[in-house]
Design a protein around this ligand. Structure first.
Ligand code: ATR
Length: 537
């Protein structure tokens, strides 16, 4: 039977490599407590090999500003300790003789199971009925956390190890931490928490694992780790401040809904910050996470299927970006959902949601966002150049051509541009034929355009071509041209810097980004995002 839910604690792990580092470590723990942390884990791997280690650990435990975990992490599980069993045992005894004793002692499952001296010593410490001092009451002894770590990925037999930890009568808490290979690994961590037979910590490390750290309270995780500085003790930890202020960690409930922004690359995305700020301001119990998903159909399909089909995640929607906007249409069609006719016509969707009827839907909020961002620019009879042939380019070309302009699509890969032009130029359903044609980038020569929209990822922070300008050299811009760069990070891209130098009107991608995000929020929640103070992004 699953263990009853309890409040998920925030623990900060602080390495204390030597006795000289104690006062700084105590200060850091005080600062973390002031930010809202509940527990400190003293990582005393190297200190345990120091002859003064036992005296130092006693000082740390006595002066600890919060209840603490004492951990001497072995080299084989990502720590720095390579000393003897006696050294470890001496640390635990010294720590547990302090009143109050540490709340927890962490020991790796592998050490605990293979070393009888360790097992016996730790069980003695944990089960000693101490009546030290004048008090007639027993003093609480540390409880044992049995732990298992895999920094290289997900170890085979993970669930068997967890079952072994749960079954051990000597331990109070089970901890399993591994490096997520993809965002899908988080679901296994949640499943372990849901099935727990005793208080459990199940966390994924690395860029894909943030969801497991933030959503631990949704599944009753015993604790989550936060870092105190830029390093932390494991990859992917947020700071205590980020957990509390940005993620509103204390308000996460078993019913919290989950959204994702899916793309590749995705780390730069502002979608989580913006939607999370809007969710909070509008009192919507939901959180959005960045999900890096390789830009191939199989990865998108597998990720979306697992998220939407999870019976426990409450996954209600995805913002779909670089690399997957066409996949979004296919996914919703194959799932028997409803694809908005305009998104279908364009062949790209940037938003997937789940309707009240339970069916998935796909819409494209980029079209109106492009028109919003170009507000005031005359379109009828004008010449526009759209750079790129992905989902954003399709939406921009469709929106601008529908407003009466003649659109040229140019792209690094010519046949993709031709496909887009051919699809949009053809009348479909209620949609009339549009004036859209494809041209080779090299054939643009010295043509002039009234409107230029960059829908490639060239110029994007974190992308492969961040310092490049996607506009071929000869193309002319002047003071009556309008240039929109859908790339919004950085705010001034190489293209916009060039356009400004030509005297053109520059429109940054952030306006377009906000406009499409507002419509996504409304599609998911039924109401536009709250107005008033700007969201804190
Ligand atoms: P989205 O759906 O968000 O528009 P996408 O489908 O991945 O994203 O499209 C990205 C666009 O950026 C494509 O037009 C791509 O060109 P290719 O079709 O030739 O792949 C373009 N792009 C990406 N990196 C580029 C680069 N380094 N130089 C030129 N174009 C690039």
């Amino acid at each position: 039977m699953a263990y009853a839910a309890e409040v998920t604690l925030i623990a900060v792990a602080i390495p204390v490599p030597a006795a000289a580092a104690i006062s700084r470590a105590i200060e850091s723990a005080r600062a973390a407590k002031a930010q809202g942390a509940d527990l400190v884990e003293w990582r005393v791997d190297s200190l345990a090999e120091d002859p003064d280690g036992p005296t130092a650990i006693a000082t740390l435990v006595r002066d600890s500003p919060m209840p603490c975990i004492v951990t001497v992490r072995d080299e084989r599980e990502g720590g720095a300790f390579s000393g003897s069993d006696e050294e470890r045992i001496a640390m635990w005894i010294a720590a547990s003789e302090v009143i109050p004793a540490p709340a927890y002692i962490d020991v790796e499952l592998s050490t605990y199971h293979t070393r009888s001296s360790i097992r016996e010593a730790i069980n003695r410490i944990a089960h000693a009925k101490s009546t030290q001092g004048k008090s007639a009451h027993a003093v609480d002894q540390p409880r044992i956390i049995l732990s298992f770590h895999d920094y290289s990925g997900r170890a085979p037999g993970l669930s068997a190890r967890v079952a072994e930890m749960w079954a051990d009568p000597g331990s109070a808490i089970s901890k399993v931490v591994w490096t997520a290979r993809t965002v899908r690994d988080n679901l296994e961590a949640f499943e372990l928490l849901r099935m727990r037979a005793k208080p459990t910590i199940a966390l994924c490390m690395g860029e894909h694992g943030l969801m497991s750290r933030v959503l631990a309270p949704k599944f009753g995780g015993f604790l989550t780790y936060a870092r105190i500085d830029e390093h932390g003790t494991a990859p992917g930890q947020p700071t205590t401040h980020e957990l509390i202020a940005d993620w509103n960690f204390r308000a996460i409930t078993p019913r919290t809904k989950v959204y994702g922004v899916v793309g590749f690359p995705i780390a730069h995305s502002r979608s989580p910050a913006i939607h999370n700020a809007w969710f909070r301001a509008a009192n919507v119990d939901a959180r959005m996470f960045a999900m890096a998903v390789a830009p191939v159909w199989e990865s998108f399909k597998a990720t979306m299927a697992e998220m939407f089909e999870s019976p426990v995640l409450d996954f209600f929607g995805a913002a779909v970006t670089v690399g997957h906007k066409q996949h979004a249409i296919r996914f919703v069609e194959e799932a028997g959902g409803v694809v908005d006719p305009r998104a279908k016509r364009i062949g790209a969707a940037n938003t997937i949601g789940r309707g009240a009827d339970g069916l998935l839907f796909a819409i494209n909020t980029d079209v109106d966002a492009v028109i919003d961002a170009l507000a005031g620019a005359a379109m009828r009879g004008k010449r526009a150049l759209v750079l790129g042939a992905g989902g954003a380019a399709r939406a921009a070309a469709f929106g601008i051509a529908s407003a009466g302009a003649s659109v040229v699509i140019a792209n690094r890969t010519m046949n993709r541009a031709e496909q887009v032009a051919e699809q949009l130029a053809r009348a479909a359903g209620d949609s009339p034929a549009l004036d859209v044609r494809a041209m080779e980038l090299s054939a643009l020569g010295s043509q002039r355009f009234d409107i230029v929209v960059n829908c490639t990822s060239v110029g994007m922070e974190g992308g492969g071509a961040s310092s490049e300008n996607p506009l071929p050299r000869g193309v002319r811009l002047d003071d009556s041209s309008v240039v929109l760069d859908a790339v919004y990070a950085p705010a001034v891209t190489p293209l916009l810097a060039h356009a400004a130098a030509c005297g053109s009107r520059c429109v940054g991608g952030f306006e377009m980004f906000l406009a499409q995000a507002r419509r996504q929020f409304e599609a998911w929640t039924g109401s536009p995002p709250p107005t008033g103070g700007p969201p804190c992004y």
